[in-house]
Structure formats: C-alpha cells, structure tokens
Design a protein around this ligand. Structure first.
Ligand SMILES: *Cc1c(COP(=O)(O)O)cnc(C)c1O
Length: 423
C-alpha cells in the first residue's frame, strides 16, 4: 500500500501540518557560503552566550518572593562588583538611552549647565538629551581623531569662575570613533581645576571590556547597559551613583515619576526597585552572564578583550595600504578594546559589508554619522574567543580579496600571530 495516500488524506483533513514543497535541487538558487552559524561582529548588541539564552527560557515565577527576588538582589550586588563600587546601582528597564535619561533626570536641574567632552557621536547624543530635558550644554570640542584632552578640560574648568558647570559628560569608549578616553586623567583635570562638577561617564560600550573603577577613579555617575560587554539582550540600563551624585539627586528638579531614584531606594520593596513588574527574563540572563564573568575573573575578562583587540589591530595594521584601509584612531594608546573603526579609503565600505554578510555570513558594523560609507566597525566585545575573531578577520580578508582591494599584507596571518604570542 502507498503510505503517501494516507499522508495526503491526513493533510486534506487538516490533521498534519502543511510542509513546504522543495524540489530538492539548487536550480535557480545563488550559491553562498553564508550557511552555518552566522557571526554578528557589530559593536552591540554583542553575541549572547548559549548559557544566557538558556537561562532566559523560563515561565513566569512568583514575583513577590523566592528565587526571582533573590536573583534580583544578587544581580544588583554583583553589578557593583563589575563597576567596582560600593555605591548603589539603579536599573532602568530600557536601552542605554533610557539609562542616560535616568542619570540626567536624577542629578540635574532646569538651567544647569553641563560640559560635554566631544570624542564622537555618543557623548554628543547624551548632551543633546540633557538639552531637551532643560539643561544648557556646552561642547568642549575634541581634536579629531584624538581622545578628549584633559589639558583643555582643566583650562575650561579653571575659566569657569562662577562654577556654572554642574557636570562633565564623557564616554569611556565612543562606539562611533572607537576612541578610548582616559577617565583617570579626566578626573585629575577636574581636581586640578578644583571644580565641583559631577563627573558623568558613559561606559555602555566598555563595562566588562575595559578596566574601570567607579569608586577609585572618582566617577560620580557611571552608565551601562546589558547588550555590549555584559552579553545580555538589550533591555536594561544601569546607573551607578557616587555619594556626591546622591546629594545632587536631593536638589535635582528634573526628576520624573518613572526614573526617580527615591522610591527605588527602599530595598524592602522589591517591586519599587523597577518601578513596576521586574524584568524577569533579563534578570535571569544577567545572573548567568555575571556568573560567567566571575568564573573567568574580571581581570582575565579585561585581558582577553585586550588580546583579541590586539589581534584586530594587528590585522588592520597589516592590511593598511595607500587608498585602502586605515585606523580611525591614530594614537595606539587611545584605541579601545571593544570596537575598532576602520576607515576604508577608496574601498566601498557598503560593498565590503554586503559581501561579508551575504556571501560569507559575517555582519560588520556600519560607519556612523560622519563615517557613513567610509568606515566599517568591527565589534570585539563580550562573548568572544580566537576562532570567532579570527573567523571575522579572515572573512573580511576574503571579501577584500574578492573586491581586488589594495591590502598591504595578510591581516588574518598577523592576527593569528598576535594571538599565538599571547597564548
Ligand atoms: C550603544 C551605546 C549607547 C546607546 O545604547 P542603546 O542601548 O542603543 O540606547 C550609548 N553610548 C555608547 C557608548 C554606546 O556604545
């Protein structure tokens, strides 16, 4: 008997799901090598570890007591260990922009002035948000493509005789330019000017990637989010506050109902910590990612990022050629360990990205703002190891080869050598 008959009958009765019809051959299909696990090498959202994905796959729990509440408190405690602070952390159920707003609204007042240290798109964006909230902003221009100048900051603050500037806003790593600013030097400049401004630092692209010490370095506000070095999907923002920031909070008149720290401060009322239902899946995910970071050891996590970033830099160094690729950040000391912005010269950046993705399975970051169509960004933050980074770099090289682009020498070989030297 032909079993196909019973299958047909069952389908006709609706008791079997419809299947897609396949001819079984490749006729009419374009060959592409981009099968297998795709590699997303963009500077956030970063690769989510399977352990973190699995940890999120749970039904809704009791939210009043038990596991979830314990996990929630433990996540707060352990986040403070990642930012190296004894001070409180406040959690916004939002992306990084929401955490920016939480920091602004809890510490500043209408008419205050903030000094925004330019080093790319992100501090400027944070400053614009402050401006919309009713704060006056002044931009301390950066000398492109250098990091923020602590000397220029000190000079500007010394000139602020009326102490009008309430806060200095800076990013540790600007994800557009891939510069890393020296936060300790910036703190030292504020101290040298003997200026009372709050130091507000955006570590969204660098927490868990670059060494950072909220307490020891004297940051007043540190902002972070889940989806970069912390290896969790976008959805939570973190704001760490110093004692001075908590004092500023008492006077701040930009406070809003949702972001206000005050009701979130009572540790007995778990529900209020999140100003509503806790972000359950994200808390389980954060618990797992924090466990992974502590199992590895935070200093080792920083070292791993440096070694893998060195491999990326070795590749770009080898590739460099007239009319070809080059570093955006000229000073090697100021290149970040979480993202590298590579200028593409006469090479078509968008064609390079398209070939890497559709023919070979690697998604690269786009150039932002002034870098649109003239740069690619390689994200190297979070859950990464040598086969992942070498895969990305080797694939970029393959795409450059296909395009007939000018390259100095093999970046893939240089990256392997750099990793070999660090093993
Ligand atoms: C990604 C990023 C942001 C913005 O975070 P969102 O989650 O996209 O709102 C802000 N600052 C820096 C430095 C970033 O890298």
């Amino acid at each position: 008997m032909n079993s196909g008959f019973f299958v047909d009958v069952a389908r006709a009765r609706g008791t079997l799901p419809r299947r897609k019809e396949h001819s079984g051959c490749s006729w009419g299909k374009k060959m592409s090598l981009s099968h297998g696990r795709p590699m997303v090498s963009i500077p956030g959202p970063s690769v989510i570890p399977d352990r973190v994905l699995a940890a999120m796959h749970r039904p809704m729990p009791n939210i009043y007591e038990g596991d979830l509440v314990e996990v929630s408190y433990s996540v707060q405690d352990d986040l403070r260990k990642i930012a190296r602070t004894e001070q409180p952390v406040y959690i916004s159920v939002s992306n990084g922009h929401g955490a920016w707003e939480m920091a602004i609204s809890n510490t500043l007042s209408r008419g205050d002035k903030v000094l925004v240290l330019e080093s790319g798109t992100f501090a400027i964006g944070w400053g614009e948000m402050a401006e919309v909230s009713g704060v006056k902003t002044e931009i301390l221009p950066g000398e492109d493509p250098y990091p923020v100048s602590p000397e220029a900051l000190e000079e500007r603050l010394k000139a602020d005789l009326s102490r009008e500037i309430a806060a200095v806003m800076v990013v540790q790593v600007d994800t557009a330019t891939s510069v890393r600013n020296d936060i300790q030097a910036i703190r030292a400049a504020i101290d040298a000017a003997n200026h009372p401004a709050l130091l507000m630092v955006d570590c969204i692209a660098s927490l868990g990637c670059e060494p950072y010490e909220h307490d020891e370095w004297g940051a007043d506000i540190t902002v972070a989010a889940t989806q970069k070095g912390l290896m969790v999907p976008p959805g939570l923002g973190f704001v760490f506050a110093s004692e001075k920031a908590l004092l500023a909070h008492k006077r701040a008149d930009l406070r809003t109902g949702y972001f206000d720290w005050e009701p979130r401060t009572n540790p007995e009322q778990h529900y209020k910590i999140y100003c509503g239902t806790p972000p359950i899946q994200h808390l389980w995910a954060m618990r797992e990612s924090l466990d992974m970071l502590f199992e590895e050891g935070l200093e080792n996590v920083w070292r791993r990022h440096r070694v893998l970033a060195d491999a990326v830099r070795a590749a770009v160094d080898a590739w460099q050629a007239p009319a070809g690729l080059s570093f955006n950040i000229v000073d090697p000391q100021s290149r970040s360990n979480s993202v590298t912005t590579v200028l593409t010269g006469e090479i078509d950046a968008s064609e390079l990205r398209t070939i890497a993705e559709s023919d070979a399975g690697v998604t690269l970051g786009v150039g932002l703002d002034e870098f649109a169509d003239r740069a690619i960004r390689i994200g190297h933050m979070g859950h990464l190891n040598p086969p992942m980074i070498l895969g990305t770099l080797g694939t970029i090289e393959a795409a450059l080869t296909k395009m007939g682009s000018p390259i100095g020498s093999s970046g893939a070989a240089a990256a392997a050598a750099a990793i070999g030297a660090a093993l």
